[in-house]
Design a protein around this ligand. Structure first.
Ligand code: ADP
Length: 624
């Protein structure tokens, strides 16, 4: 039939990948076997699943297994499976083309000397099959699809430029890949070498891997084994195969639950969070099995969206095998598993938080954003999730230190009824907030929040253990007045204070919502505060950034009646109500307060007035 031979060119990018793999500096060339076995295992899973609903599959009773053989004279290794196989179209589309645009972009500026990138290419982007060309000078792949009446095909390539396709007489379903080893890779055609590699990387592949009539792997799915049978490396290797992540996972959780529903789960938290996961809408990191049969990859229903960083497998004895990929969405059993799973995961996170504080804090820095999302969306588990939240606070002088709400409450003064927080773009900016002065002076702990969702988070949570969460500009601080500092204060008498307030009101008119006496300022003469239940200025600025038509709300101006500038102003006011200087004085104080809040649209406006003040001051100094 060789006259039917067709010659195909590789897609241009594919050619580049091949060139790189052939010349790559990749050190772990042995992983080619892992990749081929993993493909064979996937093909077996697929045929197992399809057989559940399709009675007409080819070789319905064929054993689901992977056979590895080698020929020392020929210097070849062969991997054969009884999986789903491929049609001609499938060969052309799956092998010879790179489907994902992410991979295409990645490949554009890739070169073979960049070992790190080649590692990523093989790992993250799954050019799995092609890793064979690190060791192969030629590959012959024979395949026949499991669908009835399918034609067998042979695909041959030397990993450069092109591949050949021709129909063959293969009638048993599955794929057989014969690898002719390059001279520097001849050592792979050895029983000992192959067995070692299989044990190292593919021990828990859920189908028998047979080498010389002997099954060399464990076969049992890793998640069905008891924890003490499994080594840390086994978990890590499983994780790598599952995710193509080159870094070991941050931590894993292995569950075997019997009631109210039986399921196994082997779940992992990766070391890093990718943007892809961060901006995804759904959780797609879990593969679903029923009675050890692979049902679906990237299941969307088994975990809530805020747990989308979790990867792994869930397998249930109780899920019926005839559950189809379509009706799985509304499966009541799955709902129950989900409920149990979420609660177990939260429990494990709590354990981690309590017993590995450092490690948990590292986790929080990368994944905290997901838990914040969770606390505002998962009402059933809100209490548990709140215990997992971490914040920076005034208790520490380091931006990196974190505290829990529980610890904050533990440190609260007896008379303190509220948990205080302040939101700002950064710790630096927050430290300049004049409203913080009172809290600093009185040693009251304040949470420093600078995540973009924190504002929303606080107004959504409202309270923790019955203690309202209050922005420092709205907190009721009467109860925690420190007597000693109060007494030392030199406040204006009531009448004079009223006169000050009236003067500010008259000058500023509708630029402010109200003018009030401040209870929280220490070192600053005045500050702007949002009226009760208003958004914070930080939030308003973000809204404005998203929508230019957004109107920043009017604020209350609070005056520090103990401040020297206000005392001086009071004296001036008593001397001459109409003095033009007083108007400028008020204008400047108001603008300074706007500046602090980041709400002064044009800071340059401050300059002419500042120069006038300096002129006056210098004249004064010259005459005194
Ligand atoms: P990945 O496995 O990450 O998809 P590969 O390059 O390893 O990438 O494989 C590409 C595709 O080729 C697979 O998704 C699968 O559709 C097909 N394939 C590879 N090996 C086999 C096999 N042994 N049996 C059936 N299909 C296979």
């Amino acid at each position: 039939m060789s006259e039917n031979k067709e010659i195909h060119e590789y897609q241009a990018e594919m050619q580049k990948v091949l060139d790189i793999l052939v010349h790559s500096l990749y050190t772990e060339r042995e992983i080619f076997l892992r990749e081929l076995i993993s493909n064979a295992s996937d093909a077996l899973s697929k045929v197992q699943f399809t057989a559940l609903t399709d009675a007409n599959l080819r070789d319905k009773d064929a054993a689901l297994e992977i056979k590895i053989s080698f020929n020392e004279e020929e210097k070849s290794v062969t991997i054969e499976d009884t999986g789903i196989g491929m049609s001609k179209e499938e060969i052309i589309n799956n092998i010879g083309k790179i489907a994902s645009s992410g991979t295409l972009n990645f490949i554009k500026d890739l070169n073979a000397n960049d070992k790190q990138k080649v590692d990523n290419l093989i790992g993250q982007f799954g050019v799995g099959f092609y890793s064979v060309f690190m060791v192969a000078e030629k590959v012959i792949l024979e395949t026949c699809s499991a669908l009835p009446d399918s034609q067998g095909w042979e695909w041959t390539s030397k990993g450069s430029g092109q591949y050949e396709l021709r129909p063959i007489d293969k009638t048993n379903r599955g794929t057989k890949i014969k690898v002719f080893l390059k001279e520097d890779a001849h050592d792979f055609s050895s029983e000992f070498r192959l067995e070692t590699i299989i044990k190292k990387y593919s021990n828990y592949v859920p189908f028998p891997i047979i080498l010389k009539e002997k099954t060399v792997n464990q076969v049992k799915a890793l998640w069905t084994l008891s924890k003490n049978e499994i080594k840390k490396e086994d978990y890590e290797e499983f994780y790598k195969q599952l995710t193509h992540d080159m870094k070991p996972p941050f931590f894993h959780q292995h569950l075997s639950i019997d009631a109210p529903i039986q399921y196994y789960a082997l779940l992992f938290v990766p070391e890093e969070v990718t943007n892809e996961v961060l901006y995804a809408r759904e959780s797609t990191g879990v593969n679903l099995y029923a009675q050890r049969v692979f049902i679906q990859s990237e299941n969307k229903n088994i975990l809530p969206s805020y747990m989308r960083f979790i990867r792994g497998v869930v397998d249930s004895e109780d899920l019926p095998l005839n559950v189809s990929r379509e009706n799985i969405q509304h499966n009541a059993l799955l709902e129950k598993i989900k409920k149990s799973l979420v609660s177990r995961l939260l429990k494990e996170l709590e354990n981690q938080a309590n017993s590995h504080v450092e490690k948990y804090n590292q986790f929080w820095k990368k994944f905290g954003i997901f838990l914040k999302e969770g606390v505002t969306s998962d009402f059933t588990n809100r209490t548990k999730l709140m215990e997992l939240l971490r914040f920076n606070s005034s208790i520490s002088d380091k931006e990196d230190d974190l505290t829990s709400l529980k610890d904050v409450v533990g440190r609260m003064r007896d008379e303190q009824k509220e948990i205080y927080y302040v939101v700002g773009p950064s710790r630096q900016a927050i430290l300049h907030n004049p409203n913080l002065e009172y809290f600093k002076k009185n040693g009251l702990e304040v949470l420093y929040l600078y995540d973009h969702i924190d504002d929303f988070l606080m107004s959504d949570l409202r309270e923790y253990e019955g203690k309202p969460l209050k922005s420092i500009s709205q907190a009721d601080i009467e109860a925690v007045k420190d007597k000693t500092t109060e007494d030392a204060k030199d406040e204006l008498p009531k009448n004079d204070a009223d006169a000050i307030i009236n003067y500010f009101k008259k000058q500023l008119g509708d630029k402010v919502a109200d003018v009030l006496e401040s209870k929280r300022l220490v070192d600053s003469p005045c500050s702007l505060v949002n009226p009760k239940d208003g958004m914070s200025s930080h939030m308003e600025k973000m809204m404005k950034a998203m929508n230019n038509d957004f109107e920043i709300g009017k604020k209350n101006l609070e005056i520090n009646m103990s401040h020297e500038l206000i005392h001086n102003m009071s004296n001036l006011l008593q001397k001459d109500q109409e003095a033009p200087f007083l108007k400028e004085y008020v204008e400047q104080l108001f603008n300074n307060a706007l500046l602090v809040e980041g709400l002064l649209e044009n800071p340059l406006e401050l300059l002419p007035r500042m120069y006038r003040f300096m002129e006056d001051a210098s004249k004064y100094h010259l005459t005194h």
